[in-house]
Design a protein around this ligand. Sequence first.
Ligand SMILES: [Zn+2]
Length: 487
Amino acid sequence: MIHRSPALAALAAALLLLGCATNPATGKRQLSLISESQEISLGRDADQQFVEQLGLYGDEELARYVSELGQRLAARSERPHLPWTFRVVDDPVINAFALPGGFIYVTRGILAHLQSEAELAGVLGHEIGHVTARHSVNQLSKAQLAQIGLVAGMVAAPELGQQLGSLAQTGLGLLFLKFGRDDESQADELGVRYMIRTGYPPIEMAGVFDMLDRTAAAGGSERLPNWLSTHPAPADRRQRILSRAAELPPDVNAAPRHEKEFLDHLEGLVFGPNPREGFFRESTFHHPDLAFRLDYPSGWTYRNLKQAVVAQSPEQDAVVVLELAAGEDPRAAADDFFRRYQEQGLESGGPWIRNASGLPTVSDEIRVVGQDGRTRLRGGVAFTAHGGRVFRLLGYAQPDRWPTYARTIARAAASFAPERDRRILSVEPQRLQLVRLDRPMSLEEFQRRYPSDVPLERLAILNRVEPDATLEAGRVVKRVAGDDPSR
Ligand SMILES: [Zn+2]
């Protein structure tokens, strides 16, 4: 939360069928949907929008480091002439992804969980592989369809559960589209190729899969939105890398992994969700940067996404979505909303809440009526002005369920209020801190001497050791400094 989201619809128009060509990375004939120059301009347009939507992590030194490593790998690829661009996305989830034309992204979440430059080279090499083998051309066209579908389905789709599912993808999730297993294996294989050419030991990639596997096992699916769901099981990929590495001459795997250079760049890295962008404490949502709070119905499930905060009832039959609307005037934002969804059958059902904590508010009950004249959805929408912005709260349910939720959702809408709690307004994110050990110690002792506000098990994954490990003297150990404000 909270940026406004531009649609990718315009890009869809540019997709043309061009026929077959030989792929330089795979040597195979390939049905290519678009020419290389189209591929680059698609990637560049999408990149601009992603940068706007996702937000880049603001550490220029780190960005330069990642970019230089990426450039070295890409220069040894089969498509060195692409306008390769490597970016660090300000997102806590563990992920990396590629767009057509050579635009590659790693999240700060995956960086926090890596242990060496060689591992980062493996991750970037894999993504470069998706581009050189042109997997991501298909990926983008699916992304566009998903996004177009989402906008159209926003108000009209009757399946609320599904709708929440697709809303949940409006953030980063949208980008992690499913490559086939073959594409993934091929990208892994190409990643190994680029690691070897650049002088990094491919066996290091096994450590990345190990980390993914352990994070998943520790119930970190929130942190692995889709390296898990879209990629083959990390344990299998790890096994494949190990047997591939075993075929290589020993000196290839003995190449330096550059651990220290890498870890140095992680000092002070923001860790976990950034509470400045909003966090839940029980059912109250606080947003320090935008200085507001809102009481969601208790017992619901909440998600704080980049462009929206979404809440769903326990029975999954009602949804509340809070977003920023365009402009500064609630009346104009409301008119725009009704105009935009008129064709989908959106109608006003009369007055809804009076105001939100005394702030200027325009609100209406709503219904969505199908072409057969049947009411598909009922709900309420409120536009509230605060701090020079307009916030849109939209709550809805299936028509027969709306009476059950109407009061609860109206109460949530009316609870929108300026945040005045100083401690919340001044909250800071947690950050990684690197500690060099002057003597051996167990991870447990490390946790006592340099406490991290994460469980021992997570600290172990973060440092790629077992929870009962003893850490050797001289080792650089990651610690999470600062408190998690949601607890
Ligand atoms: Zn992949």
